[in-house]
Write a protein of this length. Structure first.
Length: 96
């Protein structure tokens, strides 16, 4: 309901005291993070899977997201993961 795929028939859903029907749907959805109860990895690299929620994410944002999800250490320990380190930019790219 909070993502506004459906609107309520009765009552209101408030976000910081404001009815979500008054908010721009695209703006609202861009500020919501969803974690499904069914974990599914999409076809592609770990980077692609993390980027799925924000297609224009920078590599720094992808690495930060992995750390926030407590997945960074797990990713780094995967035997099939190749880590490219660009010393000048300190960018980490994860690829299966």
């Amino acid at each position: 309901m909070i993502q506004r795929f459906y609107d309520v028939d009765e009552g209101r859903i408030l976000l910081d005291g404001q009815d979500i029907k008054t908010l721009n749907v695209a703006w609202l959805r861009s500020h919501i993070g969803i974690v499904s109860q069914e974990s599914v990895l999409f076809n592609g690299s770990i980077e692609d899977n993390i980027r799925f929620g924000k297609p224009n994410a920078t590599l720094d944002e992808i690495q930060a997201a992995a750390k926030m999800a407590n997945a960074h250490d797990f990713i780094m320990k995967l035997p099939q993961v190749t880590l490219f380190v660009f010393f000048y930019f300190q960018i980490f790219l994860f690829d299966l």
